[in-house]
Unconditional design. Structure first.
Lengths: 143, 219
């Protein structure tokens, strides 16, 4: 991974080409293993939804932020949803609690953050939370 | 690659459990939406730099703030990320009432259109409405006790005295509106046929009766 060269070398035929494709294959297999051992899509939609929720208020902060306003609450809600997504990825054993929290924070963003990131962030955050909640390990298949 | 100390178990999504979260959450979202759409729940709104258009059939100022002012308008420089000043026409209304409000925001290829207050007798209300506009037009207006050439640095409205940031870059004024800023104030104002191309807007408490959010044409 450390000696990553230009990607175009994949196209070259011969020993180097096969070396690169096998390396890529191993990386893909490692990523697949990582993805299957945690609620990957739940976390993914939470992170994306959280970023969308936080986006509107963040752009506003760059231009205008008045003390006493509630702009920061919108950013906080988006950040919380995104952090819940990270928890789904890196602490999958907390998925039920974290999934419900992600959905709840997304719901609050409807009030605090430009109608929940113009509804898009709200939908992604709640969907991600529900997917995280619904994910379960298959006990029999130990890898 | 695996940072988790949880057992390395392959898992799957139990789809029958998805509604356990989604159904109650969406029931509550529908409840919140109904509360917002009947004007019982105020939402906060803040956005900038995404091509925001605001139109309203009329804007009327309500109660005056502690300075005895119902409307502030002045020129201000907002700063883009590279520190280039962008001239803005800033309007601050401590208590605003808007009839037939329409906001449209362009998010990538989509245009999201929000309408509210389009039923007689239940207008939109907003507290500390702040709009930084690059253009503002109205078909008619009346101002009460208008004071043109007012020094904006002499007021204590929070929106004037405590703007924590007006952009990023080395030249940004992070303090109060400087003394000597030319502007105008009025104790009351009424504008009809309002149309603003806004660069930033924020409202503390926005009550939006008959709220409707949909994708559609710009306002």
């Amino acid at each position: 991974m450390s000696d990553a060269g230009p990607r175009i070398s994949i196209n070259s035929v011969g020993r180097h080409g096969s070396d690169w494709s096998s390396r890529l294959g191993r990386l893909r297999a490692a990523f697949r293993g990582w993805r299957r051992t945690r609620p990957f899509w739940g976390g993914f939609w939470c992170i994306l939804g959280g970023l969308i929720i936080a986006y509107g208020p963040t752009t506003a902060v760059k231009v205008i932020l008045i003390s006493g306003s509630t702009v920061w609450l919108g950013i906080l809600m988006g950040a919380l949803v995104a952090v819940m997504g990270l928890f789904l990825w890196f602490a999958p054993h907390l998925r039920q609690l974290v999934g419900v929290l992600a959905a709840a924070f997304s719901m609050v963003s409807l009030i605090t953050s430009d109608y929940g990131g113009f509804v898009i962030g709200l939908v992604l955050g709640t969907l991600g939370g529900a997917l995280g909640f619904a994910w379960t390990p298959i006990q029999a298949k130990k890898t | 690659m695996t940072e988790s100390d949880a057992p390395k178990l392959v898992g799957k999504t139990r789809w029958r459990r998805v509604p356990l979260v989604l159904v109650p959450v969406y029931a509550m979202i529908a409840g919140l939406f109904i509360l917002a759409a009947t004007g019982m729940l105020a939402v906060s709104f803040a956005v900038s730099g995404v091509g925001l258009t605001v139109t309203a059939d009329s804007l009327t100022t309500g109660a005056v703030d502690t300075n005895g002012i119902g409307l502030y308008q002045f020129g201000v420089a907002d700063f883009a990320g590279n520190g280039t000043p962008v001239p803005q026409f800033e309007t601050i209304v401590p208590h605003a009432t808007l009839v037939n409000l329409c906001q449209s925001v362009s998010v990538g290829p989509l245009t999201l259109r929000t309408t509210a207050g389009n039923v007689a007798g239940s207008p939109v209300t907003a507290t500390n409405l702040v709009v930084d506009a690059t253009s503002l037009s109205s078909t008619g207006g009346s101002f009460t006790n208008i004071n043109i050439g007012q020094d904006m640095g002499t007021f204590t409205n929070p929106a004037l005295t405590m703007p924590i940031a007006r952009g990023s870059g080395p030249n940004v004024n992070t303090g109060p509106v400087p003394t000597g800023t030319f502007g105008q104030t009025a104790t009351a104002a009424s504008l009809t046929g309002l149309r603003q191309v806004a660069n930033a807007t924020s409202a503390g408490n926005f009550t939006l009766p008959n709220l409707s959010i949909s994708f559609g044409a710009p306002c």
